[in-house]
Write a new protein. Structure first.
Length: 251
């Protein structure tokens, strides 16, 4: 068989292989997205937990401080009852009032911290819901990937054998060109030539609509062993039987 016909045979099988593998690849991509989103939520959950611990630790410190202040105030009140002159009494009373102001400041700070903890706990509940939802979606995505892999396994194995056989009879340089173009354009490595105006000898690439030169057309008409590449979309050009017959009725 001529080179172009062999390439078309390979093209047909290659597209089927890529079509099947793309089903699996899309499922893998979807699964990877879900895994990434799950990790982001887990990170958000960890940060929320860390922030709550920090605020709760601060609350504990404040409670310790206020407890110490209360102990000191109680002690000073006992001393206040034992004072023997006005100067002593005023000094102790001034210290008590100062401690009361400090305690009030700690109480205000504690309320702020408790409010922050409450807000974080509400966020934690929301994050937990999102995490559970994403875990469900992730599990479903994993099942879908496994299902697709199982569904196409047998057919893909058969097509891979066919593709290997089709590729084995193609010269190395032509095969390399074919594979490179197929990889670049998601399997779309070849394009037919369309007749735009037969009388005016106007022809175009079916993939990108670029006008095909008469020299390129003549090469394809003269031999099916030469590769003609579209100057715009890089596809390997070929002539369908009906197009060839329209251009050269005697053939």
């Amino acid at each position: 068989m001529p080179l172009i016909e062999n390439l078309l045979a390979l093209y047909s099988v290659d597209k089927q292989v890529r079509g099947l593998t793309s089903r699996v690849e899309s499922a893998k991509i979807y699964l990877n997205v879900q895994e990434r989103q799950l990790k982001e939520i887990q990170l958000e959950q960890a940060e929320n937990s860390q922030q709550r611990k920090q605020h709760q630790a601060h609350i504990s410190t404040i409670e310790t401080e206020t407890g110490s202040i209360d102990d000191r105030i109680n002690h000073l009140r006992e001393e206040l009852n034992k004072t023997v002159n006005d100067k002593q009494y005023s000094a102790v009373l001034a210290e008590i009032n100062t401690l009361k102001e400090q305690r009030k400041a700690f109480e205000d700070e504690e309320l702020t911290e408790m409010s922050a903890v409450e807000t974080l706990e509400e966020s934690a509940s929301y994050i937990k819901g999102r995490l559970e939802e994403r875990q469900t979606v992730l599990a479903s995505a994993a099942v879908e990937l496994k299902t697709r892999e199982t569904e196409i396994a047998e057919q893909l194995a058969e097509l891979e054998v066919q593709r290997k056989a089709a590729a084995s009879i193609i010269p190395e340089d032509a095969l390399s060109t074919f594979d490179s173009i197929a990889d670049d354009y998601e399997g779309e490595s070849m394009a037919s030539i369309d007749v735009e105006d037969l009388k005016r000898r106007e022809y175009s690439c079916n993939s990108c609509s670029l006008r095909i030169s008469l020299d390129a057309l003549t090469t394809l008409l003269g031999s099916s062993e030469n590769l003609v590449i579209c100057g715009s979309c890089d596809r390997i050009l070929y002539l369908k039987d009906d197009t060839r017959q329209a251009i050269c009725p005697s053939n």
